[in-house]
Design a protein around this ligand. Sequence first.
Ligand code: GAR
Length: 219
Amino acid sequence: MNTRSRIAVLASGRGSNLQCLLDAIAGGQLDAEIVGVLSDKPAAAALGKVPPALRWARSPREFDNREAFDAALGDALAACRPDWVICAGYMRILGAAFVERFQGRLVNIHPSLLPLHKGLDTHARAIEAGDAEHGASVHFVVPELDAGNVIAQARVPVLAGDSAEQLARRVLAVEHPLLLATARLLVAGRVAEQGGIIQLDGQSLLSPLRLDSDGTLAG
Ligand code: GAR
């Protein structure tokens, strides 16, 4: 019997985080299968990384309102029977009904050290704020934007004279190992959210795990 975890990915763009997961699965570093890639952008490059049978994409413009789009997305997602749903560059806000439908198995990678810099333009805002460090977070999704409990973070320095693009590249380089290391914990069944608190190996996780330079997560 195939017991590999079933991962569905929501993506709106380039798909480098999805590619990282696909490479890790192919290389035997992630015991999982990608069972669907779903997008609000029919032209998203991410979709091209999986066979057509695994793709679902509809433009929100085809729908009367957010609830109708979210319901169609949710039905397509449920049909994939995912154990985990990973938002990897999914740039559309998910409504509360959608989040509640998948809560507990819905995570997102966000390019900031949450709770700092929720929302868009995180790299420019970190520079603007004079932050010494910036990074990325993988968190459980809750209805409030980028507000769910953070499982793990990766940090990079903000260097003098950084442009937002330079900083984004530095962050993306740690996003990939961060997402992979976190996905490995998820598929191993080591992380769960209970009563609004993350449990790691049955113990409450009081602050996010940190990605080490060797790509492992530490408390
Ligand atoms: C990543 O930097 C991810 O953290 C960010 O979009 C990029 C997607 O890159 N996500 C968000 O900003 C979500 N609010 P990718 O398509 O190459 O994985």
